[in-house]
Design a protein around this ligand. Structure first.
Ligand code: 5GP
Ligand code: ZN
Length: 113
């Protein structure tokens, strides 16, 4: 999508601090970290949010979770981490390109909402 900031990051048109990249997935540090380690993992193809996941695109989501496990190991998040995806207004989604927040590197709050 031409006006999507994460599509532009995936295309290399906007710079990002990359953690991992392959043909279908990109991971980069969040601009406004909410924890000591805060990485965003996105599919390179535009999917708006988790509500848009279906049989036609779920393979990349499965791959994203393999990538998350690898990144967490590589970054030494052995004591634990949280994976979050905000979907639409009530959850505070601000970028409408599917992304998973990987949060860790410290004790996280138990407040889930
Ligand atoms: P959401 O609020 O949609 O769940 O998460 C969007 C996240 O993207 C926010 O945590 C925000 O800090 C991050 N973000 C927004 N624009 C950029 C950007 O241009 N670069 C990076 N690295 N992160 C961004
Ligand atoms: Zn996009």
């Amino acid at each position: 999508m031409s006006d999507c900031i994460f599509c532009k990051i995936a295309a290399g048109e906007i710079p990002s601090n990359k953690v991992y990249e392959d043909e279908t997935v990109l991971a980069f540090y969040d601009l406004n970290p909410m924890a000591k380690v805060h990485v965003l993992i996105i599919p390179k193809e535009h999917i708006a949010n988790v509500a848009e996941i279906d049989a036609s695109n779920s393979a990349v989501v499965a791959h994203i979770f393999e990538v998350i496990a690898k990144i967490a190991k590589d970054l030494g998040l052995d004591e634990g981490y949280r994976v979050v995806s905000n979907c639409k207004e009530f959850a505070g989604q601000s970028v409408y390109h599917l992304h998973f927040h990987l949060l860790g590197g410290e004790q996280l709050s138990m407040n889930m909402c």
